[in-house]
Design a protein around this ligand. Sequence first.
Ligand code: PNS
Length: 160
Amino acid sequence: MIKRAVCPGSFDPVTRGHLDIIRRTAAVFGEVIVLVMANPEKNNAFSAQERAEMARIITADLPNVRIDIFQGLLADYVRERDIHVIVKGLRCSTDFEYEFPMAVSNRVLTPACDTMFFTSAAEYSHMSSTLVRQIAKLGGDFSSFVPPQIYETVKSRLSE
Ligand code: PNS
């Protein structure tokens, strides 16, 4: 019986789509760690602490979810903490092409840990943190993309 899972990501910022995956993961596993990480290919708009705080706010009603920050290899994080499942969301075929080599590589690095995927809900399949940042910076209404508790924070920070 697998009790713990980790949901890793940049969460820059966290979207309604991320929250849906976190909620569904929390319905299946006893404990879920939302892991705020650095993607080496991306320059984050929000600091790790800001991203973690937003994730904390929107998951406050989920008692089996906690937030952590890690700068390093995901494979090391899960091995050191004896975690056996990584959960990611899949929106479309480009997500699969991006996620598949990472999932295989993580398994090469830490064979005891598998990656599982939830397909995104239809109403969230178009959204991404990248689009949120773009719409926010250009003054558009992105309220349907992020949970309401963090909308003003994201808006004010990205319009600076
Ligand atoms: O939300 P993102 O940007 O798609 O998340 C990607 C992330 C942060 C999960 C991925 O880049 C990652 O795992 N970074 C940590 C460094 C690492 O382990 N890289 C090797 C992956 S095989």
